[in-house]
Write a protein that binds this ligand. Sequence first.
Ligand SMILES: [Ca+2]
Length: 174
Amino acid sequence: MNKKLLRLIITLIVLLAGYLSQVVGPPPETDLMQATIAKHVDGDTIVVTIDGKQETVRLIGIDTPEVDGPYTNAEPYGAEASRFTKETLPLGTIVYLQIDQSDRDKHERLLRYLWLSQVEDTSDMDNIQNEMFNARLLKEGYAEAKTYKPDTEYDQVFHKLEEEAITSGVGMHQ
Ligand SMILES: [Ca+2]
């Protein structure tokens, strides 16, 4: 093969590679970690398995009413919230956890947002409303929005969803 032709081919390949990397782009960066539902605790707390290890997860940015327990007294709608979590996230369900700023609370629970699918864009409003379980609890009136600094990435969205649930009178807002 003559050198000119070879150089031309190489140039074309380099150009094509450059073009493709622009079109396709790097894979989207998601910070979601896969986990499996292992045990139910209450509306806003669950136990998952991550790489074979059990971890208790507190869903952040929200609070569901308490259920009767060794340290808590039942609050109105606590049992309903607990049942909703249990039914939406049956044992063995694969979920995806997203961290905000804090890793754990003083009880050693992981502090996380819980996604029902591995969405590519965690800031997309449709994704949040439909696929993020913390938001679903608010939207359907099973939880109230609660600001726990510094974990406030979805704070505005959560308060907006809570207001909408109050306005439409769903769940505990009936
Ligand atoms: Ca609670």
